[in-house]
Each structure stands twice: as C-alpha cells, then as structure tokens.
Design a protein around this ligand. Structure first.
Ligand code: FES
Ligand code: FES
Length: 189
C-alpha cells in the first residue's frame, strides 16, 4: 500500500556569531537556541536543566542581554552575537574573574547551575560593578542551585566584582547586532 510522504519541515537560514565564530546555518524554525548551541555547534558548556524557563542553567548572552536559551528559537538569534560560558575565557585561555572566583570560593558542587549563574552574574556586574549581597541575590533569583545553598555563590560574585574593579576593566554591554541577518527577520527585543 502506498504511503503518503510526511511533509518536510521548512528550514530557515540564520547567521549567528557564537563565542566569536560566525555560523551560517539552515535550521528548522522550531529549533530552540539551546539545542542549536549544543547539538549543532557542540557548545555543550551550556546545559539544559528544566527546559521550561525556570532554572536558568541555559543562560547565555545575546547581544549584551542575558537570555534563557531554552526560551528562544534559534531563528530569533539570527544576526546576533551569542556568548556562552565557553566564550568567557580570555584569548590566552585565562579564566574570567567570575570563573576564577567560583572556583576559589567553592561556589559549586555538581556544577550544573554554574554556567548560568556565571552568565547572570556577569550581567549584574556590567550594570552594578559594586553590588551588595542583596543585589547579587536579586540578580540570581532566576537561577536555581540544588546543591550549594547559595552562600558561596554570593561570595564568589562579590569577590569577582572586587577583582573586576581592581582591574578597572568592567565589561561593556554587547555592541548590539551588527551581523548581516540571513533571513531578514526583525531583531529580538
Ligand atoms: S533549561 Fe532553560 S531555564 Fe531551565
Ligand atoms: S552546584 Fe549543583 S545545582 Fe548548583
């Protein structure tokens, strides 16, 4: 008996810069950004936790704004610059002060929440270079940790803030999308 072929999902062309590398790709319109990063590009440093926008494990930077990458489609990143935890280290491989502080302050146990915590903390420190512990807790309220009790995470963010101030080099916000968009969509806001 003849079977009716399944219709092929349409695809969309996207142009995304991830951790400094340009990618021009065809993706299914329904593909989540987190799956694009992990499964297509192999950027597995960003984990998937809840897949529902609750845990913050999948947090990345999209043109200077932290986003939960399980809540965005890959096509929404067209024309954007994405920074993941794997893009934070310097050219020479030196850890970002936040990575160093999380290590030194024992701010992780299983480490599953750590990439998202660091990306969210980075966002805070760009806006608020000298935060109070309460401001750190507020900034990280969308990031859940099942292991640490948060005390050392707050300590680590405060230590990294002090180090960044000492270096006198607060990170600027992203320069915004200046990549040619592959599909002519509107920018994500
Ligand atoms: S995996 Fe995205 S918020 Fe939990
Ligand atoms: S260190 Fe295990 S979830 Fe945070």
């Amino acid at each position: 008996m003849a079977t009716t072929p399944m219709p092929r999902a349409s695809s969309a062309r996207i142009h995304v810069n991830v951790d400094g590398v340009d990618h021009l790709d065809e993706v299914e319109p329904r593909l989540l950004l987190i799956h694009y990063l992990r499964d297509r590009l192999g950027r597995t440093g960003t984990p998937i936790g809840c897949d529902t926008g609750n845990c913050g494990a999948c947090t990345v930077d999209l043109d200077g704004v932290t986003v939960k990458s399980c809540q965005l489609l890959a096509v929404q990143a067209d024309g954007c610059r994405v920074t993941t935890i794997q893009g934070l280290a310097g050219q020479d491989g030196a850890w970002h002060p936040l990575q160093k502080a999380f290590h030194e302050q024992h701010a992780l146990q299983c480490g599953y929440c750590t990439p998202g915590m660091i990306m969210a903390a980075r966002d805070l420190l760009r806006e608020t270079p000298d935060p109070t512990p309460e401001q750190v807790r507020d900034a990280l309220e969308g990031n859940l940790c099942r292991c640490t009790g948060y005390q050392n995470i707050v300590r680590a963010v405060l230590a990294a803030a002090a180090e960044l101030r000492r270096q006198g080099a607060p990170e600027p916000r992203g320069a915004g999308a200046d990549l040619p968009r592959a599909s002519g969509q509107e920018a994500v806001t």
